[in-house]
Design a binder for this molecule. Structure first.
Ligand SMILES: NC(=O)c1ccc[n+]([C@@H]2O[C@H](COP(=O)([O-])OP(=O)(O)OC[C@H]3O[C@@H](n4cnc5c(N)ncnc54)[C@H](O)[C@@H]3O)[C@@H](O)[C@H]2O)c1
Ligand SMILES: [Zn+2]
Ligand SMILES: [Zn+2]
Length: 397
């Protein structure tokens, strides 16, 4: 089969690799019809190379059709339409039973000291072959795949694998009181979906902050108050306070992560501007202060006293300095973690059934054949061509 494989920094390719096979009686093989590229994949593309081997299959946002089932699989059958969560979790252990599927005790990667395994996400998370491929082996076939109905296009359901539950969890963890306010840092797929879910759940004031014009416009189009970091790097906190009764928002979601923060491994910060189109990089460099403000530190600065920071952006630094004095003095609550996909599916799936209040069908900006993955990664990383979310569709090859 064809699969998207990692070969080095900024080097992903589409290789022909052996088809996955049933290895355990509870395995399922899924023929992938749509599979997203995530901001988390960009961390693999740019930074996390030391934790990958050449040839590792990437991807953790797939859906498709069940093509084969192991002897003990009773809950899905060949031909069923399923979405595969990015967490590889058993569904039956102590952690899974509490809705902490990202901490699954059956799949925790003890040798790396990590939580539950993830599809396509490095040795830190089990080095499990990922879903940017024609076929995917899915363990725990009775509990892991999410069955979805036929009818609507893949776009309606595919984000159940990651974007929707991640954003849902981020908004739930933000715990905004009635009549309250939320600022979302980063308007990539995760941040954009956070603003949609926040509005859907009735949060009165939703502010979105980014520096990519198309992403700001996209959020404005569904009535988010946006702030362009390029024009408001220095007076950001002041501006956000003006929008939030002078105090700052009740909660801030960080949907940016380590590539704003700098590298856990090397000195990446000075390379950051090379990730942006030239004109943006230039604007950023001429706006003093922005590149010093890592998103998480911005969140700590912005949130009102006694407020909550909900961190969904992925960070990797083991010794990243944190302003503990400020965090303590402001009495900030901090909630974070990989999304627990299955925990939120019962809340989200009904919203996808009849109509589409979160706008999933228009959410992807690009739908491409699997073969286009190398260009799609580069376009997404450099935020070119208005790309916010790309879906790869293996059957379109
Ligand atoms: N917790 C989870 O389970 C989970 C799941 C999926 C993704 N993530 C993480 O969420 C983050 C966002 O993912 P995405 O797919 O939306 O990625 P993305 O890279 O498309 O989005 C990040 C956005 O942040 C903006 N940005 C950069 N620096 C900023 C700053 N200082 N202030 C405000 N905005 C800034 C960028 O312009 C970009 O639009 C990533 O770190 C990803 O790894 C976490
Ligand atoms: Zn993801
Ligand atoms: Zn488990």
């Amino acid at each position: 089969m064809k699969a998207v494989t990692w070969h080095g920094r900024r080097d992903v390719r589409v290789d022909t690799v052996p088809d996955p096979k049933i290895e355990q009686p509870t395995d399922v093989i899924v023929e992938v019809t749509s599979t997203g590229i995530c901001g988390s994949d960009l961390h693999l593309y740019e930074i996390l190379g030391p934790f990958l081997d050449e040839g590792d299959i990437l991807g953790h946002e797939p859906m498709g059709t069940v093509a084969d089932v192991g002897a003990d699989v009773t809950e899905v059958k060949t031909g069923d339409r399923v979405v595969v969560p990015f967490n590889v979790c058993c569904g039956t252990c102590f952690m899974c039973n509490q809705g902490l599927q990202s901490q699954c005790e059956t799949t925790q990667v003890h040798e790396m000291g990590s939580g539950g395994a993830l599809f396509g996400y490095t040795k830190l998370y089990g080095q499990i072959p990922g879903g940017q491929a024609e076929y995917l082996r899915v363990p725990f076939g009775n509990t892991l795949p999410i069955k979805v109905p036929g009818g609507p296009p893949d776009d309606r359901f595919v984000y159940l694998s990651d974007v929707l539950p991640t954003a849902w969890q981020a908004v739930a963890y933000a715990d905004v009181p009635p009549g309250g306010s939320l600022a979302v840092l980063g308007l990539g797929p995760i941040g954009d979906m956070c603003t949609r879910i926040a509005q859907h759940r009735g949060i009165e004031t939703v502010i979105g902050i980014d520096l990519v014009p198309e992403r700001l416009r996209r959020a404005q189009a569904h009535e988010v108050k946006t702030v362009d970091l390029c024009s408001h790097g220095k007076d950001l906190a002041e501006l956000v306070r003006e929008l939030t009764a002078g105090r700052g928002p009740d909660a801030v979601i960080d949907a940016v992560g380590m590539e704003a923060h700098g590298s856990p491994i090397g000195k990446i910060a000075h390379r950051l501007t090379s990730l942006l189109p030239d004109d943006l990089a230039a604007r950023l460099m001429t706006t003093a202060g922005i590149d010093r403000l890592a998103a998480l530190h911005t969140a700590i600065h912005l949130v009102r006293r006694g407020g909550t920071i909900s961190l969904s952006g992925v960070y990797g630094g083991v010794a990243s300095p944190m302003p503990l004095l400020t965090m303590f003095d402001k009495q900030i609550q901090l909630q974070m973690g990989q999304a627990n996909v299955h925990r939120w599916v019962p809340d989200i799936l009904p919203l996808l059934a009849d109509d589409d209040p979160l706008g999933t069908e228009d959410f992807a900006t690009h739908r491409l054949p699997l073969d286009a993955a190398p260009e799609a990664y580069a376009t997404f990383q450099h935020k070119r061509d208005g790309m916010v979310k790309a879906l790869l569709q293996p059957r379109a090859n």
